[in-house]
Design a protein around this ligand. Structure first.
Ligand code: CAA
Length: 240
């Protein structure tokens, strides 16, 4: 039986690696993206994974786009809420726009998407909801009051969803990656990134494939007893 997996922000960075890993593990994967048409076309051309474009901060768009995908491919069995942005800046200089953009994109989107798939998962008696949080949601990070708040919020959200849906065969878990070699991390100023890598016991950035492999595990039957957990994948930078 082929399971259907939806990965938000799934055409670049960690999301693309997750989408590919799920496809390699035998899932029918659909990736979403918001802005970068060129990257999405290249991703779909290279992988054969379809990409759908909409804004995951838009509640109504999430409901209608998920309904259309379910019509075409079947009920979504695995949802990976990966879409995320940064708008880094010290709190004393941060504007409300940077706060709201990050909360909407990184936290409200998880509500919008989970709400769109949850009833189908409950009805079918199987579901896997996987949130991509961050080390910085666990430990806080200077310059990321908005991002850390959103990523920490995902953990409480997930523990609640896990409790509500366990009896229906639906698990909900969080992966908290550390600093992984993506465009997002490449945007950190070089002198700051050097300091960060100095704080990682494994002495390197993570690789996107290391996150994809963990998602495949949590999405599978073998992880049916794992719910409400947060899996840190951070090279030992923070041990919670
Ligand atoms: N670790 C250690 N030191 C840090 C730091 C960090 N993450 N971020 C900032 N600093 C230090 C700077 O090195 C600097 O120290 P010195 O004065 O000793 O040189 C001091 O804090 C002030 O920093 P800036 O001079 O850069 O101040 P700014 O106002 O120009 O910029 C900033 C502030 C926007 C926060 C900038 O420092 C920055 O972008 N920092 C990186 C923040 C970060 O870690 N973002 C993570 C992005 S990746 C991601 O989010 C993925 C994920 O989930 C892990």
């Amino acid at each position: 039986m082929t399971r259907i997996a939806l990965v938000t922000g799934g055409t670049r960075g960690i999301g693309a690696a997750i989408a590919k890993a799920l496809a390699d593990a035998g899932h029918q994967v659909i990736a979403t993206y918001q802005g970068n048409d060129e990257a999405a076309s290249a991703f779909s051309r290279d992988t054969g994974i379809p990409a759908r474009k909409w804004d995951v901060t838009d509640f109504d768009a999430c409901q209608s786009e998920v309904a259309a995908i379910e019509q075409e491919f079947g009920g979504i069995d695995v949802l990976v809420n990966n879409a995320g942005i940064t708008r880094d800046g010290m709190l004393h200089k941060m504007g409300i726009d940077d706060w709201e953009a990050v909360i909407q994109t990184n936290l409200t989107s998880a509500f919008n998407m989970t709400r769109a798939v949850i009833n189908g998962m409950r009805d079918r008696g199987f579901g896997r909801i996987i949130q991509i949080s961050s080390i910085n949601g666990q430990k806080g990070q200077m310059g990321q009051a908005n991002y850390a708040a959103a990523k920490a919020g995902l953990i409480g959200f997930t523990k609640s969803v896990a409790q509500e849906n366990a009896r229906k065969g639906v698990t909900a878990n969080v992966i908290a990656p550390g600093y992984v070699g993506t465009d997002m991390v490449a945007a950190v100023p070089e002198n700051v990134l050097e300091k960060i890598i100095g704080q990682i016991p494994v002495s390197r950035l993570g690789q996107v494939e290391e996150i994809g492999a963990a998602v495949v595990y949590l999405a599978g039957d073998a992880a049916g007893f794992v719910t409400g957990s947060t899996l840190s994948i951070n090279g030992g930078q923070y041990m919670s």
